[in-house]
Design a protein around this ligand. Structure first.
Ligand SMILES: *Cc1c(COP(=O)(O)O)cnc(C)c1O
Length: 349
């Protein structure tokens, strides 16, 4: 067991959280004159005049039956990006503590740490985009509070080795965040069931990718109750707006449609790998457990600009470690992928 309270910043440990009107009293019916809302209605119409549930209780109850995780172990955020910020803000003393990341990886860990004036230690993934455990262990110091692991990893697309992850969770005395934004597209099971076994494990998931709800900004963190309570005590009181909450509640009744999208996307992924592999300008396509393909090409910036001229926008990841001349293609619809392949064929080599 890791002592969570000892990891916390002192000011957060001593914090007396803001208590909102809806925290004090949250019954459904009654004459609500407590929150200075407009009691008459909304402009121009509709029922948007009341503050939403600050703790999104109904969503958590529904999610808990789908994910087999208790409500008390779920945090809902304004995108999973909110949880990345909260974990850094709660546990890292600015100018003193550190987080560890493994590039090439999701850019928000580093940026969010920098915004909070928290140092970032980087131990690159191997050539095969796997965790270099020795590098990680050697880089840890007393001030290292959080290790961010992205699996499947963005931008490489692959799952990171289970045993390496487990050994890091086991030996590290700080927090391990596993970002599973792309877990729906992978063949592995989630780490969320392991939060019972490791009180220093935080698993992030999101509605932005497989569920197709990036527009409404909702993500989750699954963790030990102690950590969830800390997140809840420092988040904005109404961090997930009511319209998004309503949409999520509806979406959760249609989980099979998400699975249907995942099937379509993984089928398209397989076709796209094959088509890309046959092109003269493609050197290699990396194995993907995600909804995108990292692809090494003959000249990334030239091809990137060429595709822009054809109104096809992809991501150039060439500046990241082990990603020289690499473009990242999100899996599109059948038609979009055909257009991409057609354009790349016309480009030549
Ligand atoms: C897209 C993505 C997210 C999603 O963030 P949201 O704030 O939930 O939209 C998180 N992590 C990674 C690695 C991603 O690629």
């Amino acid at each position: 067991m890791v002592n969570i309270q000892n990891l916390l910043r002192k000011n957060i440990k001593n914090l007396k959280p803001y208590s909102s009107a809806r925290d004090d009293y949250s019954c459904e019916s009654g004459i609500f004159l407590d929150a200075n809302e407009n009691s008459f209605g909304s402009v121009p119409s509709g029922e948007y005049n009341r503050y939403p549930d600050p703790l999104q209780k109904i969503i958590k109850e529904k999610l808990s039956t789908i994910k087999y995780v208790a409500s008390k172990n779920i945090f809902i955020g304004n995108g999973s990006d909110e949880a990345i910020d909260l974990v850094i803000r709660a546990f890292c003393e600015p100018g003193k503590d550190r987080v560890l990341i493994m590039p090439p990886t999701y850019g928000m860990y580093k940026v969010t740490a920098a915004i909070n004036n928290v140092n970032v230690i980087e131990t690159p993934l191997s050539n095969e985009f796997q965790i270099s455990e020795d590098l990680v262990l050697a880089a840890l110091s007393e001030n290292t509070k959080i290790i961010f692991i992205c699996s499947p990893n963005n931008p490489s697309g692959n799952l990171l080795d289970k045993d390496s992850i487990k050994s890091i969770i086991n030996s590290f005395k700080g927090l391990v965040v596993i970002d599973e934004a792309y877990i729906d597209f992978s063949c592995n099971i989630s780490w969320i069931n392991e939060i019972e076994n490791f009180n220093n494990l935080i698993v992030l998931q999101t509605f932005s990718k497989a569920w197709g709800l990036a527009y409404i900004r909702v993500g989750m963190a699954y963790a030990n109750e102690e950590i969830i309570d800390i997140f809840n005590s420092i988040k904005y009181p109404y961090n997930v707006n009511g319209v998004s909450q309503q949409m999520i509640l509806k979406a959760l009744d249609f989980e099979s449609e998400k699975d249907f999208f995942v099937k379509k996307i993984t089928r398209e992924r397989k076709k796209l790998v094959k088509a890309l592999d046959s092109l003269d300008c493609v050197i290699s396509v990396y194995k993907s457990d995600s909804n995108f393909l990292l692809t090494k090409v003959t000249n990334a910036s030239q091809i990137y600009n060429y595709l822009i001229s054809k109104k096809i926008i992809v991501r150039n990841r060439s500046s990241l470690p082990h990603c020289e001349n690499c473009l990242r293609f999100t899996i599109g619809t059948e038609e979009q992928n055909l257009q991409l392949i057609k354009a790349l064929k016309e480009y030549g080599d």
